[in-house]
Unconditional design. Sequence first.
Length: 244
Amino acid sequence: VIFNNSKEGSLEVAREISELIKKKALKNHQCVLGLATGSSPIKVYEELVRMHREEGLSFQNVVTFNLDEYYPMERSNIQSYHYFMHQHLFNHVDIKPENIHIPDGTVSQDDVQVFCREYEKMIKEAGGLDFQLLGIGRTGHIGFNEPGSHYNSATREITLDHITRVDAAPAFKGLENVPRKAITMGIGTIKKAKRVVLLAWGQNKSEIVKETVEGEISSRIPATYLQEHQNVTFVLDKEAAASL
Ligand code: GLP
């Protein structure tokens, strides 16, 4: 779906998420959301916060699982995804703290595999992801599933692509400060979500959007695996859609 601008697209996605939360609440069900970081979802979170403040949208029945986190990474670090999510969403809504899940950038190297298996198990035990929000990196990554990721991959530790680190460098005030690793949900984890919405804004994303939507499915561009999903929408602005 192509919108005039990122604001219009974000409002529509926030509306879909809020409808899902309310529908689940009416049935006394939890609503399990897979959430993303980066600049792309910021306006969606802004709108959800507004709906909470002005329209009484409640997050009491919401359970969240974030896609990824740098590794290693302290929670209090302003570049952490833990910090990002609290700053943009969790600090401003009534979500129960015990319902928030973000990959833990502080686990020891010896424990990281066990942590990842546990993360997968928690998603499964929550009933799976009802809705997964995604951005896309210039390498074609979703979460931090860099080129070479297996279509069936689960939550795991990965090595970041050079391009991804270059794109993150300004936030870290220099490439040398960008972590080399991350923990990410896998392609297999994302593909099991009942509904997937990928956001891409701006000219910078137009080439990778074209390759993802029109190119052949391949681990070279992990986001192409979404072509196999039964219920996925790409929400784009005109600039991101320009090469289609
Ligand atoms: C990071 C995140 C991704 C995100 C991507 C794009 O690499 N791990 O989840 O989609 O950046 O970021 P942005 O939305 O800022 O373009």
